[in-house]
Design a protein around this ligand. Structure first.
Ligand SMILES: *[C@@H]1O[C@H](CO)[C@@H](O)[C@H](O)[C@H]1NC(C)=O
Ligand SMILES: *[C@@H]1O[C@H](CO)[C@@H](O)[C@H](O)[C@H]1NC(C)=O
Ligand SMILES: *[C@@H]1O[C@H](CO)[C@@H](O)[C@H](O)[C@H]1NC(C)=O
Ligand SMILES: *[C@@H]1O[C@H](CO)[C@@H](O)[C@H](O)[C@H]1NC(C)=O
Length: 576
């Protein structure tokens, strides 16, 4: 019955869609308005996300009415105690809409575990495989009685979340989660997650950053078509592909219509994509930080700053010196200018999506659509080469639209076209390898750094992130050259040692790692480092699957050599 109600609701929304998509979040509690402003600026909680994740005890209209009475009683500056009492009465603790869920297709001993020869790593992989049960969540059925009382977006199917403060599912995180789930032989869970994403595209025209109304204004790196590809490769579920292919195409339309930009180089113009969120206002889940940052500007337009912060969040790299380059002070977040850059990774992801969609249509026998997406992919490949590739450096670089030049700083995203298979000249792999050597990236023993700048932002030195390790490792591993293969393996070994060493000490997997000091949970940015953790688990499982016969749990070689020397010295001192 409830599922019926949901289908009806979807149909209704789709019918409305004919007249235009619903506006991206009008909630006067979770997205804009005085209530949000007063509560967040009072900083009642250590993390602004907490308030916008709390659900209401009564209808939003009623809560707002009580709030307006309270506000006018206190001439719009409500004392802290009264505000707290108001929240106590009208809001519930976070997480009440969700219930734990053990995936139905979870089973003991998936086959890939047998490929792992180091016994400690195998036990670890078993424990990570167990974690899917902890990270599985489902929306409580009673949620549907009052969906307007929460910021959560309803999902019909259960899902796996990142963990920590991230109780809902996220867009690009889910790709690496799904890779892990497929290794754990859980295609049903993956299919449910895919269905949730497809429903979001059907209703909103795009995949929001995460499943909360306050994320509706922005998306995240577009990996939905790739998720479908992995699922179909695993299951051969052509019927599901046939039902969904049009929705995948409409997601790409969103990126083409709302996020493309043309770049004029010489006589020619090229169409590429950028992250761009044309909405002002602070991000509801980081409201006080965004408001204060705008307050710190001596002059300038707060709305423009907020739109750039949202675009930074859309990139998944929130935040990074990558989006601060070319601004007044590249160490200050207020310099952010995300939408002025044409990102390598975004365009590589879209190039891959166009290729996969072309393959899907060919498989389904729709040759005209297959040709259309093949052509789009070829155009993008030409644009990537003309605008972003740098022959001298041997890598791709983000293009600065305002300054008309590439940003030559190092980021792992500079190699994303290798990972995405978005290149035509096979010699680029060897050039990219030399680029990594020239940038001294291979001297980092504990993981590939996010950038070479230390700004205190979380997508910068000294943090390293799982998805970026994957971009570089699998990018290099595509090469037939033994040296590229060997470097890919060494990078995998480094990352496994770091994450395993931290796990051995803390019994936890983290969202990011600090690689400056032998490998620690990461820090910096806007919130405390989170445990869980979806994509980190996914990438570790992928590496253990691929290199399980060679990976070792032990300390890095330099340390081993030292220990060996110390032991030899001790032995030599012992009496004969
Ligand atoms: C209410 O606040 C406004 C602005 O802060 C102030 O000008 C006004 O005098 C106040 N009214 C009362 C009744 O206190
Ligand atoms: C999927 O289908 C193709 C052709 O229909 C077949 O060659 C392949 O073996 C199938 N794969 C799986 C995993 O069933
Ligand atoms: C995309 O652009 C169209 C047309 O400009 C607009 O109606 C729609 O709301 C935009 N979608 C989003 C999610 O911004
Ligand atoms: C191919 O797909 C397009 C777009 O969905 C559709 O209009 C067309 O009828 C399809 N052609 C075939 C042969 O299925």
């Amino acid at each position: 019955m409830r599922e019926r109600a949901w289908d009806l609701c979807l149909l209704l929304l789709l019918a409305l869609g004919v007249r235009g998509l619903p506006p991206p979040c009008e909630s006067q509690i979770y997205c804009h308005g005085e209530l949000l402003h007063q509560v967040q600026m009072a900083k009642l909680y250590p993390d602004d996300k907490q308030f916008v994740d709390m659900s209401l005890t009564s209808a939003p209209g009623q809560v707002l009415q009580h709030f307006h009475e309270l506000a006018s009683t206190h001439n719009h500056s409500i004392p802290r105690r009264q505000l707290q009492a108001f929240l106590q009465e009208h809001f519930r603790a976070v997480g009440q809409e969700l219930q734990p869920w053990t995936p139905e297709d979870w089973k003991d001993s998936p086959r890939f575990l047998q490929k792992i020869s180091d016994p400690k790593l195998r036990v670890w992989a078993e424990q990570l495989h167990q974690l899917w049960k902890k990270l599985g969540k489902k929306v409580k059925p009673e949620f549907l009685q009052h969906p307007e009382r929460s910021s959560l977006i309803y999902s019909q199917h259960p899902f796996v979340v990142p963990g920590g403060r991230f109780l809902e599912f996220y867009y690009w995180d889910s790709y690496w989660v799904m890779e892990g789930l497929l290794l754990s032989e859980m295609p049903q869970t993956v299919k449910g997650m895919l269905q949730n994403f497809l429903d979001l595209v059907r209703v909103y025209g795009h995949v929001p950053n995460g499943a909360r109304v306050y994320y509706l204004q922005r998306s995240q790196p577009p990996l939905l078509t790739l998720m479908m590809d992995r699922y179909v490769a695993y299951t051969n579920d052509t019927a599901f592909l046939r039902d969904s292919v049009g929705v995948l195409a409409s997601e790409l339309d969103f990126w083409a219509e709302n996020r493309s930009i043309s770049v004029l180089l010489g006589e020619r113009s090229y169409v590429l994509n950028r992250y761009h969120v044309p909405y002002g206002g602070p991000r509801p889940e980081s409201y006080s930080k965004d408001a204060e940052l705008a307050g710190s500007l001596p002059e300038g337009d707060p709305e423009a700053l907020w739109a750039e912060l949202k675009a930074g969040a859309e990139s998944g790299w929130d935040f990074s010196s990558r989006w601060l380059v070319g601004g007044p002070d590249p160490d200050l977040l207020s310099s952010i200018r995300t939408s002025k850059l044409v990102p390598v990774d975004l365009n590589a992801f879209l190039c891959q999506a166009e290729e996969l969609l072309s393959n899907f249509y060919a498989r389904l026998g729709n040759d005209s659509q297959a040709r259309k997406y093949r052509r789009l992919r070829d155009q993008r490949l030409a644009a990537l080469t003309a605008v972003l590739w740098d022959e001298e450096k041997g890598a791709w670089f983000d293009y600065d639209l305002e300054n008309g030049k590439k940003n030559l700083e190092f980021y792992p995203s500079n190699l994303a076209p290798l990972w995405a298979g978005c290149f035509s000249d096979p010699s680029v792999v060897d050039k990219a390898l030399s680029y990594l050597e020239d940038s001294q990236i291979l001297t980092y023993q504990y993981g590939i750094p996010t950038s070479l700048r230390k700004t205190g932002q979380q997508w910068d030195l000294p943090n390293a992130w799982a998805p970026l390790q994957d971009l570089v490792i699998r990018g290099l591993a595509k090469s037939p050259a033994p040296r590229a293969q060997e470097v890919a393996f060494q990078l995998a070994q480094n990352w496994i040692q770091t994450t395993f060493a931290v796990y051995s000490r803390e019994s936890a997997m983290y969202e990011k790692y600090d690689i400056s000091n032998g490998g620690q949970p990461g820090g910096g940015g806007e919130y405390e480092v989170q445990e869980g953790f979806g994509w980190t688990n996914g990438v570790v499982l992928m590496l253990l699957d691929r290199y399980g016969d060679r990976l070792r749990s032990g300390a890095p070689t330099a340390v081993l050599e030292f220990q060996c020397l110390a032991a030899a010295l001790l032995l030599s001192l012992l009496p004969q």
